[in-house]
Design a protein around this ligand. Structure first.
Ligand code: ZN
Length: 194
């Protein structure tokens, strides 16, 4: 019932945790025709963009702090014919993306500090979502505004109200309470009634 698979790639350097690399994405890709939304929490990210593109990423999202030149990293992703995203940590200023606003397909707002699942969300990020929505609307951008971290049935209405239109859910979907499909449909029901 989900629209895409969000893959959190962590390097044990840019963020403390360590997850998976291109071979795992390539292997997963064989089992799904869904969009692979690959969130790179690795630094320096620039030289790895091509490997994740080749592995099957459809959307490649990077952090401004993880590259020396955000504009050239974004254009590298676009040259590979992939959708490009920029992710903002709770402490990252939103003007960081002003220069690349007309080139990106997605802005990913982190509502927790990246690195580990299951964190509770940081409320001040809601006003950040609202501000980025305003920036995107001001330049008539059709980029998706995606929220990562702490999204669940209790919080999704708040982020939709602030202007987000894509949601990453980890702990809300994968838990012992109900099946993955039931959890996705509960989240969708909350979205539908927002
Ligand atoms: Zn993520």
């Amino acid at each position: 019932g989900a629209d895409m698979i969000h893959v959190d790639v962590m390097d044990g350097h840019f963020v403390p945790n360590l997850t998976i690399g291109p071979p795992v994405i390539e292997a997963l890709k064989k089992h799904s025709s869904m969009i692979f939304d690959v969130h790179l929490m690795i630094s320096p990210v620039h030289k790895y963009i091509e490997a994740y593109s080749n592995a099957g990423a459809d959307i490649i999202t990077i952090h401004p702090e993880a590259t020396e030149d955000l504009k050239s990293s974004i254009s590298k992703i676009k040259k590979l014919k992939k959708k490009a995203g920029v992710s903002l940590n709770p402490k990252t200023k939103i003007d960081t993306i002003l220069d690349v606003l007309d080139e990106i397909d997605l802005v990913l707002i982190m509502r927790v500090n990246p690195g580990f699942g299951g964190q509770s969300y940081i409320h001040s990020c809601t006003s950040k979502i609202r501000k980025v929505r305003g920036m995107l609307d001001d330049c008539s951008s059709s980029a998706d505004l995606e929220v990562d971290g702490g999204v669940n049935v209790d919080t999704v209405k708040e982020v939709i109200g602030a202007g987000a239109n894509a949601f990453v859910a980890g702990s809300a979907i994968f838990n012992d309470k109900s099946s993955v499909a039931e959890n996705v449909s509960a989240l969708r029901e909350e979205m539908r009634t927002s």
